[in-house]
Design a protein around this ligand. Structure first.
Ligand code: G3P
Length: 215
């Protein structure tokens, strides 16, 4: 499974990269706004920092605007992926960008039918938001399971990118379902290695080691 980091914070990206765990980055307008300042400079730094795909989102509401923005955004680097909202104009833009050879990530996806549309439009990635679905008492992971099944049934190449991840179990379930990618907030990524038995075991090893001599 590929791990992307869901942030526009360069320190978090560098730290995650330092662990050797990061295959790509996803941003969105909210994440860039959280960093403040000039979004272009921020996007440029991120795109240059990582070798893997970096999702940058368009904000236009028509296919024409989205395609024009995408053509501007891809100038940041060859690893840029254009994030497109799941609306009919977005579907249209995704098809056009796919035909132009530009990679896309269809975002704000909350149902299997939306994911099917994204695949039919030739999207490179589809981003279903599991945490936001759970937040309104739906089952986010059930939607992932259905999308994986539909894509397998018809051999769609669109990669399932599990987004809006809230805890390690979302990533565990996604991995068991065979989702291609999880985009993970830094605070969730840091939890993966944690286990109380690991901490207790390490403490005991260190304590026992300290009773030895080294001559
Ligand atoms: O980047 C898209 C998605 O992961 C956002 O998640 O935390 O705003 O629901 P969140």
């Amino acid at each position: 499974m590929e791990f992307f980091i869901d942030t526009a914070n360069i320190d978090e990206i560098r730290q995650a990269k330092g662990y050797g765990l990061i295959d790509g980055v996803t941003t969105n307008p909210t994440l860039l706004a959280r960093e403040g300042g000039d979004w272009r400079k921020q996007a440029e730094v991120i795109v240059n920092e990582v070798e893997g795909p970096v999702s940058l989102e368009v904000v236009g509401m028509t296919a024409e605007e989205m395609v024009a923005e995408a053509q501007d955004l891809v100038k940041f680097g060859s690893n840029v992926v254009i994030k497109i909202p799941m609306i009919m104009e977005g579907v249209k833009a995704t098809r056009q960008l796919t035909d132009m050879g530009i990679k896309t990530n269809v975002t704000l996806v909350f149902s299997p039918m939306q994911a099917l549309l994204a695949a039919k439009a030739g999207a490179t990635y589809v981003s279903p938001f599991v945490g936001r679905l759970d937040g309104i008492s739906h089952d986010g992971m059930e939607v992932i399971s259905q999308i994986v099944t539909i894509y397998e049934n018809y051999g769609y190449a669109t990669k399932v990118l599990v987004a809006s991840v809230r805890h390690p179990k979302h990533v565990l379930d996604a991995a068991l379902m065979g989702a291609d990618v999880s985009t993970i907030p830094f605070n969730v990524l840091s939890q993966f290695a944690k286990h109380p038995l690991t901490d207790l075991g390490l403490e005991a090893f260190m304590k026992d080691w300290a009773t030895l001599t080294d001559e």
